[in-house]
Design a protein around this ligand. Structure first.
Ligand SMILES: Nc1ncnc2c1ncn2[C@@H]1O[C@H](COP(=O)(O)OP(=O)(O)OP(=O)(O)O)[C@@H](O)[C@H]1O
Ligand SMILES: [Mg+2]
Length: 165
């Protein structure tokens, strides 16, 4: 059957990986109230980068989308399951966010990433489109029956005079 499949969208020139300067990792129950917890945590962590409040709002939005997807689609709203989030800041000014679940997985990642595609008719099918448009890189790894991991990356170029939070 299907092995690990991968959907990837990236901007050219962002392949170079630098050293991790700081990271945070946390896990939580797949409860809807934890969406705002996760988005606030990641927003607070990302604010140590030199970036605007608008950038932070965009980061929070993509975290909400990815975490909501895990809760709704990955776990079918089962609150006994867990979601992991890992956020890293690299010394070149890149922010990487990984949202991982161990839920039902995605059969066809290409289709899932299409704008307005949703497996649930009550949804708009725009979560991946938002993630893709607000981030420089998006990678989706998924295995049906095993889970899904979404890696999002965005580069913040002007980190020269960064104040430590
Ligand atoms: N973590 C996940 N586990 C299983 N399926 C997922 C996961 N994330 C996304 N999907 C699948 O990909 C589809 C597209 O996701 P996307 O976030 O773009 O739209 P949506 O969640 O359906 O709608 P919206 O985000 O606008 O509420 C989903 O309908 C679902 O079938
Ligand atoms: Mg969604």
């Amino acid at each position: 059957m299907l092995s690990t499949i991968k959907g990837r969208w990236t901007s050219p020139g962002l392949e170079m990986r630098m050293n991790v300067k700081n990271y945070v990792r946390f896990e939580f129950s797949s409860l809807p109230e934890n969406v705002s917890f996760a988005r606030s945590c990641v927003g607070a962590f990302a604010s140590q980068l030199e970036c605007t409040l608008e950038d932070i709002e965009e980061i929070k939005l993509v975290v909400s989308e990815a975490v909501s997807n895990s809760i709704i689609h990955g776990y079918n709203n089962d609150p006994s399951q867990k979601i992991e989030v890992m956020v890293s800041i690299f010394d070149n000014g890149s922010l990487e966010i990984i949202v991982k679940d161990f839920g039902k997985g995605i059969e066809d990642i290409e289709q899932a990433m299409q704008p307005t595609y949703s497996s649930n008719p009550t949804h708009m099918g725009l979560g991946f489109t938002f993630m893709r448009s607000f981030m420089d890189e998006m990678e989706v790894l998924s295995e049906p029956g095993k889970g899904t991991s979404v890696r999002l990356q965005r580069h913040f170029p002007s980190q020269g005079h960064q104040a430590m939070a």
